[in-house]
Write a protein that binds this ligand. Structure first.
Ligand SMILES: *Cc1c(COP(=O)(O)O)cnc(C)c1O
Length: 443
């Protein structure tokens, strides 16, 4: 571990050390920080440039070092390097929230205008943005009706389609998408596949191993794991060819990217190994400014220290809860990748370590009984989040997905009686007892 350069290089270190070692070490060398064991929080807006000569080097991309925390900060940088190492890829950029990660990734892929091919079974905010906001930025949306039908993905591509955007495990329907198959279709068409891997987490699934070009997270959820910070991240494989003619915004030469000889350059020239992340950082983050603060980055780093231990326990507890829910007469149709809502072969291929800790079921009773059930819970917290250390419960159709029309909700597979649970770190016996007493209160 004293191999400083090797250890700091995410790709090299990913090949040498296991996930559990990387998650507490990668991207950070205490020797650069007075030997501090815990990553220091650099709460500073700007960094001294040294001399005018060095400033010239920094501003012409000859030397890489933070100058202003809107686009780079050492604490945020450790988070970026650590996540890159956990995925075995060369580039990551952290942003202020999961929605910022989704929006920047899509705007970055599309450029001046174009279409995104996606699915209806998306995070509510993403689906809503596709419908009401992105078209104002000339980003238009097409969605396949059946995300398990690869031929439909191929059929729905147009010459204007600039990327395919999917979620690896959908919520709340809990289907698992065939990332490898969809990546092959995207690549045949010369466009990248972007995967929102928030629900799976990198410990359960690394989409890059199956051909994804860009992966985004809401780090607010299981990566941070404590429900105490908002954050997002965009990672790239470094393998996609953005010079293939479909992405002029990656090859256009900008004065802002000029070299020491005052020659304008493209982002592909400035950031050849990580052009996608480089453009997000130097264009979208620089000008739109949804920057992650150093302290929030530190909170996410603290969460990642225990990512596999938490996710492992939460997956095990989820299985116990599902066993119980199967015996409960007021429960209908449980949705989780482990219970037939997804193709069993895909679950085995993509989620061998566990199927995640978000599950849904239909409440078999009146609206009044459903309200009474939710009010009677004492351990579960009724709120709109997932991936917390505490167990959370919500009725999404009436809350988080409230803005969707009944027709849109139907496309999502979201009924008024759908109840979603995000399993936390409590003793599963207490969680089952809590559900049991709440069901009993209704009867
Ligand atoms: C929560 C979530 C988002 C948005 O993340 P924020 O951090 O809340 O902005 C995006 N995608 C998925 C799958 C999510 O669960």
């Amino acid at each position: 571990m004293s191999e400083r350069d090797g250890f700091l290089d995410p790709v090299t270190s990913a090949g040498v050390f296991d996930f559990d070692t990387l998650k507490v070490h990668a991207g950070y060398d205490p020797a650069d920080h007075h030997g501090a064991t815990s990553v220091p929080v650099y709460e500073t807006a700007a960094f001294g440039l040294g001399s005018p000569e060095r400033a010239q080097r920094l501003f012409t991309f000859q030397e890489c070092h933070p100058t202003y925390s809107r686009t780079a900060n050492p604490t945020v940088g450790v988070l970026e390097s650590r996540l890159a190492a956990l995925h075995g890829v060369p580039g990551a950029v952290a942003v202020a929230s999961g929605m910022a990660a989704v929006s920047y990734a899509l705007l970055n892929a599309v450029g001046a205008s174009g279409r995104v091919l996606s699915i209806y079974q998306l995070y509510g905010g993403t689906l809503d943005a596709f419908a009401s906001l992105f078209p104002q930025f000339a980003v238009d949306f097409d969605a396949v009706e059946d995300p398990t039908d690869l031929t439909e993905f191929a059929r729905r591509l147009t010459p204007e389609t600039k990327c395919i955007f999917i979620e690896s495990i959908t919520n709340p329907l809990a289907t698992v998408l065939d990332i490898e198959g969809i990546a092959a279709i995207a690549h045949e068409h010369g466009i990248p596949l972007i995967v929102d891997n928030t629900i799976a987490t990198p410990w359960l699934l690394n989409p890059f191993e199956f051909g994804a070009d860009v992966v985004v997270y809401s780090a607010t959820k299981a990566l941070a794991g404590h429900g105490n910070a908002l954050a997002g991240v965009i990672l790239e494989s470094g393998d996609f060819d953005y010079a293939n003619g479909r992405f002029p915004h990656f090859t256009e030469r900008l004065w802002a990217f000029r070299n020491a000889e005052d020659e304008p350059r493209s982002i592909l020239e400035v950031s050849p190994r990580t052009p996608f992340v480089g453009r997000v950082r130097n264009v979208l983050l620089n000008y739109l400014g949804a920057t992650l603060g150093a302290f929030d980055a530190w909170l996410v780093l603290l969460g990642i220290d225990t990512l596999s231990e938490r996710v492992h326990k939460q997956c095990e507890s989820t299985k116990r809860l599902i066993e119980y829910l199967r015996t409960e007469p007021l429960v209908d149709r449980i949705l989780h990748p482990s219970c037939g809502s997804a193709d069993a072969d895909l679950v085995k291929k993509y989620l061998p370590r566990g199927e995640g800790s978000v599950l849904s079921f239909s409440f078999k009773g009146s609206r009044q009984q459903q309200q009474r059930f939710l009010e009677s819970l004492r351990v579960f917290i009724y709120q709109a989040n997932i991936g917390d250390a505490r167990s959370l419960i919500i009725d999404p159709a009436l809350t988080t997905h409230n803005e969707l029309t009944p027709a849109q909700r139907e496309k999502l597979g979201l009924g008024l009686s759908t109840i979603r649970i995000s399993v936390g770190l409590e003793n599963p016996c207490d969680l089952i007892a809590d559900l049991r007493q709440a069901f009993a209160a209704v009867r």
